[in-house]
Design a protein around this ligand. Structure first.
Ligand code: SAH
Length: 366
């Protein structure tokens, strides 16, 4: 932290306009500054040459552009990259870039740790410290975009963002909505709504609110076709059981053209991967425009699960396909640097608050 300076990274167009209005400046200053920050990668206010010298001086005294620090940059054999991003008080989160044919997806964190306590996820073992603010969320995209070269010659590498890193994005509702809107703003990264995906374990009231304020694509961590099993894997299900969650998801896409829900389903050997589970899944999702993403379980230290065999995953997928469901098996990427789904750990200090009670208290603060 540098004194009490306002961090202009993370203010959206309206907030920046209000900021300049409060200085007696024209609103278009917001546009100029956003272009410097997001299109030119400039963090030095003095380099913003289309602002008058006196305005630059005034800004320097009260504002700054402060992205979070990247403290470790690891490359995987498969071309994925993982960055460790340092926040305050020794806390760190991880951000992962996954290049694939014709696109590059950035997996962004929304919380330091996670309070949800899913039994098969490494982040859960870390406990929870706090929500990320807007600058820390958009700052991950900013850092990755510029570390990847910024795409100056039209060869932009970063084309998609998924909120699938550490944390439950819908428990950090306001900051996540503001950050995703900023990702979609032409004055920032201009990503289309199809290219920004929020993944949630299913915080039902927040799903209803999300529809009102955002147009991101939705992925939901389902992982089980019945409440009994899902209660065990995703404890949040005890608070918001499957039927309620599905209803909220139907509502989210209702009336939107060509939108479907992506269901994430981690393949755990002998736990949720039988033909009976697959048949139950087909029945459960009948009538909801859906894509199913099967995720082979990624191991981490002290994990009590094993990955389903390739043959079991294929058998499961074939049942879904035969049931008319679009299904893909997610490729495991970046596992040599612990960057695959569910392997992100970061550094979480003062671990506290986990489980359904933590969720309740977080919902109350919102
Ligand atoms: N909290 C949000 C965002 C996390 S996204 C959510 O639950 O959706 C990360 C995805 O990877 C989720 O679908 C999560 O359930 C899944 N995942 C977690 N641990 C995993 C593991 N060890 N192997 C494979 N997938 C895992």
């Amino acid at each position: 932290m540098t004194g009490n300076k306002v961090n202009l990274l993370g203010l959206d167009r309206n907030e920046l306009e209000a900021f300049f209005a409060s200085l007696g400046e024209k609103r278009f200053r917001a546009e100029q500054v956003m272009k410097w920050i997001y299109h030119e990668g400039v963090t030095d206010i003095d380099a913003m040459t289309n602002l008058s010298k006196s305005l630059r001086e005034q800004l320097c005294s009260m504002a700054e552009i402060r992205p979070p620090d990247v403290v470790l940059d690891q490359g995987s054999q498969d071309g994925s990259r993982k960055w460790l991003i340092r926040l305050d008080n020794g806390n760190c989160v991880e951000t992962v870039f996954i290049p694939d044919e014709g696109r590059g997806t950035l997996c962004v964190s929304s919380q330091i740790g996670c309070p949800l306590d899913c039994s098969f996820c490494a982040t859960a073992q870390q406990g929870f410290n706090r929500n990320l603010n807007v600058a820390e969320i958009i700052g991950q995209v900013w850092q990755a975009h510029w570390l990847l070269g910024g795409g100056r010659n039209g060869d932009r590498l970063l084309t998609n963002v998924v909120l699938m890193g550490m944390g439950e994005p819908l428990l950090n509702f306001n900051n996540v909505v503001r950050a995703t809107n900023l990702m979609q703003d032409d004055l920032a990264f201009g990503l289309s709504k199809r290219r920004v995906t929020l993944s949630t374990a299913g915080v039902v009231p927040a799903l209803y609110r999300l529809r009102e304020v955002s147009d991101v694509s939705l992925a939901v961590s389902l992982h089980a076709p019945n409440d009994e099993l899902r209660n065990e894997l995703v404890p949040l299900n005890r608070k918001y059981p499957i039927a309620q969650m599905l209803e909220a998801c139907r509502h989210y896409i209702a009336g939107k053209l060509q939108r479907s829900i992506t269901w994430e389903y981690v393949m755990l050997d002998g736990v949720n991967d039988s033909v009976a589970h697959a048949l139950a899944l087909v029945k459960l999702l009948k009538g909801i425009p859906s894509k199913v993403n099967l995720i082979p379980f990624n191991p981490f230290p002290n994990a009590t699960y094993r990955r389903s065999s390739p043959a079991t995953i294929d058998r499961f997928r074939n049942v879904l396909l035969a049931g008319g469901m679009t299904t893909i098996t997610r490729k495991t990427r970046g596992d040599d640097i612990n960057a695959a789904c569910g392997q992100l750990a970061g550094q979480v200090q003062n671990r506290r608050r986990r489980g359904p009670r933590a969720v309740q208290s977080m919902e109350q603060v919102r």
